[in-house]
Design a protein around this ligand. Structure first.
Ligand SMILES: [Zn+2]
Length: 507
C-alpha cells in the first residue's frame, strides 16, 4: 500500500481577456482537460499540461513517498471569460473528485490566477472557497500563480501560501510549483503559514512587466533582497505580481503577497513596505512604443535586422492574432526581407490549401472583420502547407509540444513578405514555429511577431534587446489602456488616472 501524505492536485489555467470571445469547453479540450489518474501519467512525461503540475510531481517524487490525488487539470489558451456551463462542469468535477478523495492532508492549486467567468466574475475565489468548504479550515491550501494574476481578497483569505512566477518571460513555472510543494511539506511538518497581500491601484501595461531589466525587474529584485536579508527567519515568500488589466475585474492591480512561517503582522508589514516602494516608483512604468509609421521608417533605414513586436495583438493575452495594421503597412511600403507570424485565420489557411503549394491566390484576411481587426486582401503565393504540429526548442515552450493547427506559409506579392498563417490562436513565442516552415530566421531583415513579450525567451539568440521595437498598432492587448472600454476596473487607477492617490486619502 502506498504511504505518505495524501495531496489533492487541481488546476484551472486561463487568462481571461474581457474583450475576447468567451472560452468554451472545446478550448480546454484542445489544450488540456485531464481528470484523475490520467493526470499522474501525463505529469511524469512530456505533455501539454501546465508545467507547474510536472514540476510539482517532480519535487514531491524527490521528497519521498506521497499519494497524489489528482482531481482535474484544465487549461485553455488565453481568451475570453469562461462560459458558465464550462465553469460549472469544472467546478462540479473538481469538488466531486475532492469529496471522493477525502481525507486529504493538503491541496495544491496550479492556477493561472487571472481567470474570470461570464456568470461569475471571480472564478478563482469561487474555486478556493469551494475547496476550503470541503476540506475544512485546517488542511493547508497552497497555490502557484502566473505573474499576470488578479488576486482578490477572498483568494488570499482562502489560501495558506501563494507562489507566483517571478520571471517574465515565464521560465520558472516548475520552480514555483516546487516552492509550493516545499511549503506543503513544511505545513505537514507542523508549520502554520500566514499569507497577506497589498493590492495597489496600479495596472501597468504588460510590456512594462519584463523581469530582465526595468522597473518591474527592480521590484522583483527588492522582493528577493527582503527574502535574502531576512534575519527573522519568518519569510517564506515575497512576491510581486503585475495583474492582468484586460480581465477588467475589480481585483485587477499590481499586488505584493507575502507568506510567513506564522507571524501575520510580519507578513502585513513586509507587504505594506514593499508596496509603498513600488508605488513611489510607478512613473517608470509609462510605455514607450513606436507607431506603425515609425516602425516602417525604422525598418527602411536600419542597417541591421530588426524585430517588431505587435504587442497590441498578442494571442498570449487574449488578442485575436488577426489585426492587419503591420502587415498592410510593411507590405504596401515594400520593405524587403519581412517575415510575419503568426497570423491567425483558419479561413485564409483554407484559401491557401485550395490554391495549393506553388499556387497564387487573392487571399482575404479577416473575411469577417471584428473589433480592431479589419479585412485585408493581398495577392499571395503559397510556399508551404503544414499541420502546424511541432516541438519547442527554446524559451517558454522548450521541449514542449505545440499545435498551431493547419498552417500555410505564403508570400505576399509583390513585396515578398512571408506570412505564416495558422488556424489555432497561439502566439509566436518559439523559433521552431517558423523554422519548421523552412524559414531561416537569421536571414530575415525584419521579423514581425504577434506576441507581447514571451517571444523574447525564444528569439534572443537572433535579436538582442536593442534590435527589438515594441509597436502599438491595433488589438485587444494594446498597451495604450486609454483605448480600452473598461467597465469593471476600479477607478481611479494609475496610469489611466494620472492623479490616483494611494493610500486613498480619508474623507
Ligand atoms: Zn503571464
Amino acid at each position: 500500500m502506498t504511504r505518505g501524505p495524501r495531496i489533492a492536485i487541481l488546476s484551472f489555467h486561463l487568462e481571461s481577456n474581457a474583450f475576447s470571445p468567451p472560452s468554451r469547453l472545446e478550448d480546454f479540450r484542445q489544450l488540456c482537460w485531464l481528470e484523475g489518474e490520467a493526470v499522474s501519467e501525463h505529469a511524469r512525461r512530456l505533455n501539454h499540461m501546465p508545467s507547474e503540475i510536472t514540476g510539482f510531481y517532480a519535487r514531491m517524487d524527490a521528497a519521498g513517498p506521497w499519494q497524489p490525488l489528482p482531481l482535474v487539470i484544465a487549461a485553455a489558451p488565453p481568451g475570453g471569460p469562461v462560459d458558465e456551463p464550462t465553469w460549472q462542469l469544472f467546478l462540479d468535477t473538481a469538488t466531486a473528485r475532492l469529496r471522493a478523495a477525502l481525507p486529504v492532508d493538503a491541496v495544491y492549486l496550479g492556477n493561472h490566477g487571472a481567470a474570470s467567468g461570464l456568470g461569475q466574475g471571480d472564478t478563482e475565489a469561487e474555486l478556493m472557497d469551494a475547496v476550503r468548504a470541503i476540506v475544512g479550515p485546517e488542511v493547508p491550501l497552497i497555490a502557484s500563480y502566473d505573474l499576470h494574476c488578479n488576486i482578490s481578497d477572498r483568494v488570499i483569505h482562502a489560501l495558506d501560501g501563494l507562489f507566483p512566477y517571478r520571471t517574465n518571460p515565464h521560465v520558472d513555472l516548475r520552480q514555483r510549483a516546487a516552492d509550493a510543494a516545499d511549503a506543503i511539506l513544511a505545513c505537514l511538518g507542523g508549520e502554520r503559514l500566514q499569507l497577506r497581500h497589498v493590492r495597489l491601484p496600479f495596472t501597468p501595461p504588460s510590456v512594462t512587466l519584463l523581469t530582465a531589466r526595468g522597473p518591474f525587474a527592480d521590484a522583483i529584485g527588492w522582493a528577493d533582497t527582503l527574502l535574502r536579508e531576512d534575519t527573522s527567519g519568518e519569510l517564506v515568500d515575497v512576491s510581486v505580481t503585475g495583474g492582468f488589466v484586460f480581465s477588467d475585474v475589480p481585483q485587477c492591480g499590481m499586488c505584493v503577497s507575502v507568506t510567513t512561517r506564522g507571524d501575520p503582522l510580519h507578513a502585513e508589514r513586509t507587504a505594506q513596505a514593499l508596496a509603498r516602494r513600488i508605488w513611489e516608483d510607478r512613473h517608470r512604468y509609462l510605455v514607450v512604443t513606436s507607431t506603425v509609421d515609425e516602425a516602417v521608417a525604422q525598418a527602411r533605414t536600419s542597417t541591421v535586422p530588426l524585430l517588431f513586436a505587435d504587442v497590441a495583438d498578442n494571442p498570449g493575452g487574449g488578442g485575436g492574432g488577426n489585426t492587419v495594421g503591420l502587415m498592410k503597412a510593411f507590405h504596401e511600403a515594400r520593405i524587403p526581407g519581412v517575415v510575419l507570424g503568426v497570423f491567425i485565420d483558419a479561413d485564409a489557411v483554407q484559401q491557401a490549401v485550395a490554391a495549393g503549394v506553388g499556387g497564387t491566390a487573392e487571399l482575404v484576411f479577416n473575411r469577417m472583420p471584428s473589433l480592431f481587426a479589419d479585412t485585408y486582401a493581398a495577392t499571395a503565393r503559397v510556399l508551404m502547407l503544414s499541420d502546424g504540429e511541432g516541438t519547442g526548442r527554446r524559451g517558454i515552450l522548450k521541449d514542449r509540444r505545440f499545435s498551431l493547427g493547419a498552417s500555410a506559409l505564403v508570400e505576399l506579392l509583390p513585396s515578398g513578405m512571408r506570412v505564416l498563417v495558422s488556424s489555432l490562436r497561439r502566439q509566436l513565442s518559439e523559433p521552431a514555429m517558423l523554422e519548421m516552415h523552412g524559414i531561416d530566421i537569421a536571414a530575415a531583415r525584419v521579423l514581425i511577431v504577434k506576441s507581447r513579450g514571451h517571444y523574447r525567451a525564444g528569439f534572443d539568440e537572433f535579436f538582442s534587446d536593442d534590435r527589438i521595437v515594441d509597436v502599438d498598432s491595433d488589438g485587444l492587448t494594446t498597451p495604450n489602456l486609454a483605448r480600452v472600454p473598461f467597465r469593471h476596473l476600479p477607478r481611479p487607477v494609475f496610469p489611466l488616472d494620472a492623479d490616483t492617490a494611494w493610500p486613498a486619502s480619508a474623507g
